[in-house]
Design a protein around this ligand. Sequence first.
Ligand code: ADP
Ligand code: MG
Ligand code: MG
Length: 865
Amino acid sequence: MDRFAYLLTEAQGLSREVLGGKGFGLVAMHRAGLPVPPAFILSTAACRRFLQEGEVPGLWEEVEAKVAALEGLTGKRFGRGEGGAPPLLVSVRSGAPVSMPGMMDTILNLGLSLEGVGALARATGNPRFAWDAFRRLLAMYGEVVLGERAEVFEERLSALKARRGVRTDAELSAEDLEELALGYLRHLEARGTPFPLDPWAQLRGAVEAVFRSWQNPRARTYRRIYGIPEDLGTAVVVQAMVFGNLGEDSGTGVGFTRNPATGEKGLYGEYLRNAQGEDVVAGVRTPEPLERLLDYAPGLYREIEAIAQLLERHFRDMQDFEFTVERGRLYLLQTRSGKRTAQAAVRIAVEMAEEGLITREEAVLRVEANALPGLLRPAVDRERAPKPFLQGLPASPGAAFGHAVFSNEAAERYAAQGLPAVLVRPETTPEDITGMYLAKGILTARGGLTSHAAVVARGLGVPAVVGAEALRVYPEEGRAVAEGVEIREGDLLTLDGGTGAVYLGAVPLVEAQGEALLAKLLAWAEPHRRLGVRANADTPLDASRARAFGAEGIGLCRTEHMFFAEERLPWVRRLILAATEEEEEAALSALFAFQKEDFKAILRAMDGLPVTVRLLDPPLHEFLPPWEELKAKAEAGDEEAQALLERAQALREQNPMLGFRGVRLLLLRPSILRMQLRALLEAAQELRQEGLDPRPEVMVPLVADPKEVERARALAEELFRVYGPIPFGTMIETPRAALLAGEIAPLVDFFSFGTNDLTQMAFGLSRDDAGKFLPRYVEEGLFPFDPTERLDEKGVGRLLRLAVEEGRRANPRLKVGLCGEHGGEARSVALVAPLLDYTSASPYRVLTARLAAAQAGLKEGVAAG
Ligand code: ADP
Ligand code: MG
Ligand code: MG
């Protein structure tokens, strides 16, 4: 018989994949002798089976046997108070193999019925507590299992508080809570979804709802953002309840073994007295710092501190743990590797290696390479900034500037227009994930440093200020008020997630400070890196910035970017309009002068390192003013506009991406190719005369056939005969070029994979239009991820491998690089690291590429030295 249910004692040795992260952590803590309430775990296999077949054979018999075991361990009967003992109540908790905080649903106090409430009241001598537990169960069950909106319960609670003239839940009496609970019961009944008063029916309903919650939209969104596979399923933990809301000697909290924002070593956390667990995460009340315990329960603080150390030694990583204190007794409810900012990740990895807890190699592998650009986020310049108008808690570092928005929908609207937004909410819930993802910053009125808003913001790398208590937010009205100032949608805000300060309008920022710890980590990483790392840079500023980040050259310098500058566009337009050879000559020689100066500056910034210049790539009409503008001017009698309009008409293309551009344009208008290449060669020559060591390379875009390369090379050779040769290469960005790589390779010195276009052409989609369907494709599981962000291994990767193999076979001296957006994306870099000579990333992503390449080297076994 298949087994799906395991007591903590029975689950030893089972993997995280089977038990889920939460179950796995509970088993480990139990094993280490820590106080964990008795529990059993339903495996992820049960969930997968349930989602596929709608039932799991034998599961309920197993569950009955395990509940009986919990009864034995606790001396209580499930749902029934016997002999003056309180009834056994349980929590039904979801726990996937990969942490998805707050994304799935958990139900507490399960097993209560009307008699149960009476028994609980008698056993604890606290009827208020008993009714409070029941109304919480009804609201959670009503939402998660019966599908009622959470607001319905909240509104009734708020209405009751208003009638009683009180502000907090704590001021409501036992009778008030009884009235509230009975009202919930009647409401659910009237709605046609009655609450099951039978504990066993509750348990079954809850377990199945947790299974199903794997498929809920916010869980899917979370998996999409973090690239978590769809088919893992969640485990379910059924655990005896302990109560943090039994009075002032009870409470609930969250601890971190190191600070998740800064990485600083030492116990860090928050505690809420007389409260149940979900109150901390939900940000209903703002908790107090854990150190406050030192004032009134120092023994408890020391106990938590000792446990934190034990957990960290056991798991060899920073832990984020949940605990509850019931009448002075401490219980551990969860532990997991804590989410952390990029800054904290680097500090924790380096310090743990220095403490000898992990090796240097492990430290290198611990840091998520894609998160490094977050380290370089600017901060508010405190010297020059005005006084903040509002103060909250510093939840996720970095400065954010944008327009205030109050909903997902508004965040989407601003993002669609390319405008930065700051999401302002009373607190956040998993429903807000879209807005949080799109926003440049997050501001909440309530909640602590471990609230949903704070945890998710750190995970996403979005700056956040939470718990700004002076702020009142009215999302439905699209406004917020603080310190007598009203903020409406669209108003500009700046927030500093490193200090918790919030400013009206824009304030001066400072670039991130150089990170000594990061330098140390990279120094440990570098010896394992085999793949070269260059930068995509079009300006001298980008070039020197990239060099400071450790770029070993430029892999892609897009010359057309130099054409768009204000003083140059008129010359490009004259080139396009030229009717005679003299006119063309004049335009070209003006452009030649500009290009030569640009190339000199870039080669100078990259002195001694290779600089790959790509010849003109876009179609000419991209340099003309917008159609409507031309038309309006022409109609107003502007003669130049009239001429440009006619040219624009002639140049117009249905599919410019597949049109008259790249090598096609260069071959049919060779004067452009000659001008650009001569500018590059003369720039190098002049620098050499200054005693410098320029290393230019030239490459041709959009090639699809060896003949094109041959012709372009012949044109280049004419100039090489005058100035001396430089490496000549081609982009491989059409599928046909990849397929014919063996014929192209002997004609060139290097290939550079343009994976942006190669992806677009391999998939037959354009990045500019894919926004309409790609996100939904990923959401619905048609694509595992967005291939414009992360390199598609199966298709594009196959073209790439084939081209590398056949290219190298035909030309053993061939150098091979990659210069698409993927060149700075960690998982893509890992994929190509064993294949290529170098990758090329945008300047801020050079660090990511370096670390990702070293991590790949470590995994391949590239030895240090
Ligand atoms: P999440 O995955 O959202 O963290 P959890 O399953 O951890 O959900 O539960 C939500 C809250 O309820 C947490 O604060 C947790 O500590 C608390 N909780 C869960 N089970 C119990 C229990 N058996 N007794 C007391 N509190 C519990
Ligand atoms: Mg939890
Ligand atoms: Mg291209």
